[in-house]
Design a protein around this ligand. Structure first.
Ligand SMILES: [Cu+2]
Length: 608
């Protein structure tokens, strides 16, 4: 597939090192003071147990402090000297004041992710406010109108990637309807010793730089034995013609990343204690810059009770995929002495892990990582007549267009069923029963777009690549129902359709083929009820985050499903959600993969 890979000299790093990290985590130990480099005289960064700050007044200081996750000392961007930053515990109804002081040499900012507030408090430089200059203190003040598990992070440069994130827990007024005997924040993230800008420039030069899951000759011969020579050749030719790579599951892998749980490497083994029989609430937060985590606790069922801070009808599962920026609260009832919390990266190159145990120092068996699963034609083409899952490699002819490549029809050898009505759409939406046709904006026909999907799939019951048919009960969006239904019972007055687009060769990302710098703001009329339709014309899953307002996801037949701040849109998928445009001002709307946002998948919304 990607022949460019062969021209590179593969760095020969000891794999165990980058998979496990240092046991000591972020603490620089054993260095005599005079052996420490100049920058390391500052206090070391604390990891593993972020301090919990409560009340209504908070002082947060942003600074560079030293860490060592891999054996190589590095500087991190921290909040009050810890990774993650302090857990901020608020109460719904309170007005909170947060004084954020910048001790960096560059501008900084804090964005309160998923929190409804006046736009001037939202913390996005260039949109909400100018940013916080070096030496300056910015005071955020707003009334807390919601409850649940959220998080906060820098919206400046690459600071989020270098450690600047923390959890927000908001207690409801009165008694929390979710009962638990104890609770832990489990904040997942990805750390790289490389400078994030260097990572980005490598991806610009070669978008699969960190992808070591390339299809092998052995896989080709396996295809031959399963499907015959001509089909195997056709499959390979098809991917080549589309200039795509079926293993493009993550832009950055464990080759560069060390995955952290509460700021602790796998070797450091973050541990949460319990007494057998207790109900333990785990507040999972994906604060990774670029990593989707698939989380499970072998031996324990997880009952999902909250998604993105909003209570949902409980659903009991074995495994949850957390898109970047999503949060899920689960209840577990551990009985044995120890359990592993296992969070493997979607591309299966590494994992974060920790332990639930009755005593500190215990461990439980760590499962083997799953094999990476290649993307299917369904992931590329969308709806292929089969309805769900896109596991069908056939029937692709004429149903997707790949700019610059031939039609993928060489692989077609199966049914072309166009008419399937299991996802009949009602309610006057611009969709007939059966296949959803899309309209590509004119701006999608340009060098910023290397792929367009004509018949996206709309089903929400697909757990996504790597989680299909793995024998475990995996949560899907189809199972999430926010308690109490939608906030606004009105029907949508207007529809806005935007496509998630990209060009992998250039590592550019955009809405409708327009990177942020070439785009103009999207206008919402104040008070209107909107239907937003996103169609993913790329081969990657994008966790889409609209600031300031809720995104109320709809089922394929247009019924309210779940209220979220971040919605994963899978490859070749079409999702729709309702937005009540009740928040005046200027808001950011972007993919939460940090480098996708930086490379252009970002729009401004103006509510006026
Ligand atoms: Cu993205």
């Amino acid at each position: 597939m990607s022949t460019r890979r062969n021209f590179l000299t593969m760095p020969n790093l000891p794999r165990r090192r980058f998979l496990r990290g240092l046991a000591a985590g972020g603490v620089l130990m054993g260095l005599s003071p005079w052996l420490k480099p100049e920058w390391a005289h500052a206090a070391d960064t604390a990891t593993g147990s972020a301090p919990v700050l409560t009340g209504t007044e908070f002082d947060l200081t942003i600074a560079e402090t030293p860490v060592n996750f891999t054996g190589t000392p590095r500087m991190a961007t921290t909040i009050n000297g810890s990774i993650p930053g302090p857990v901020l515990r608020w109460r719904q109804g309170d007005t909170v004041t947060l004084r954020v002081t910048n001790r960096l040499a560059v501008d900084t900012s804090i964005h309160w992710h998923g929190i409804l507030l006046p736009f001037q408090m939202d913390g996005v430089p260039g949109i909400s406010f100018p940013g916080i200059r070096p030496g300056e203190t910015f005071t955020y003040r707003f009334r807390v109108v919601q409850s649940g598990t959220y998080w906060y992070h820098s919206h400046s440069g690459m600071q989020e990637q270098t450690g600047m994130y923390g959890a927000v827990i908001i207690d409801p007024p009165g008694k929390d309807p979710i009962h638990a005997d104890r609770e832990y924040v489990v904040q997942l993230s990805d750390w790289t010793d490389e400078h994030p800008m260097r990572v980005l420039s490598k991806l610009k030069m070669q978008s699969d730089y960190y992808n070591f899951n390339q299809p092998t000759t052995a896989e080709f011969f396996r295809d031959v034995s399963q499907d015959g020579v001509s089909a195997a050749l056709a499959k390979r030719r098809m991917w080549n013609q589309m200039r795509m790579n079926p293993t493009d599951l993550a832009d950055i892998s464990a080759y560069s990343y060390t995955y952290l749980m509460n700021g602790v490497t796998p070797a450091g083994n973050w541990t949460g204690l319990f007494r057998p029989g207790e109900k333990v609430r785990l507040r999972f937060i994906n604060s990774g810059a670029m990593t989707f985590f698939d989380v499970r606790i072998p031996g324990l069922k997880m009952t999902v009770v909250q998604a993105d801070g909003q209570n949902v009808d409980p659903v009991t599962v074995d495994e949850i995929r957390l898109g970047v920026a999503e949060t899920y609260d689960v209840i577990v009832t551990p009985k044995d002495d120890a359990y592993t919390i296992f969070a493997q990266s979607m591309d299966r190159t590494g994992h974060a892990l920790g332990t639930l145990a009755v005593r500190a120092g215990m461990t439980a068996a760590v499962p083997a990582m799953d094999k990476p699963e290649p993307l299917t034609m369904g992931d590329m083409m969308g709806d292929m007549g089969g309805g769900t899952g896109g596991m069908d490699h056939s029937a692709a002819q004429g149903r997707a267009s790949a700019a610059g490549g031939g039609t993928p029809g060489a692989a077609a050898h199966g049914g072309m069923a166009m008419d399937h009505s299991q996802h009949a759409i009602g309610g006057g939406m611009a969709m007939g029963a059966g296949t959803v046709r899309v309209r590509h904006a004119k701006s999608e026909y340009g060098p910023s777009v290397d792929m367009r999907v004509d018949t996206p799939r709309t089903n929400l019951d697909d757990p996504g690549i790597g989680l299909r048919n793995n024998g475990r009960r995996v949560l899907t969006y189809a199972e999430l129902h926010t308690i109490g239904g939608p906030l606004d019972k009105r029907k949508a007055e207007r529809e806005i359709e935007l496509h998630l687009t990209g060009n992998m060769e250039r590592y550019s990302w955009s809405f409708d083929g327009l990177e942020f710098g070439r785009s103009t703001p999207v206008h919402f009329r104040h008070g209107e009820q909107l239907r937003v339709i996103l169609v993913n014309d790329t081969m990657m899953t994008h966790p889409m985050h609209m600031h300031g307002m809720w995104s109320e996801l709809e089922s394929p037949d247009g019924r309210f499903q779940v209220r979220k701040h971040t919605i994963n849109v899978q490859p070749a998928q079409r999702v729709s959600f309702l937005v009540t445009a009740d928040a005046l001002g200027r808001w950011a709307w972007h993919c939460h993969l940090l480098l996708h946002m930086d490379a252009g998948m970002f729009r401004e919304i103006v509510v006026a």
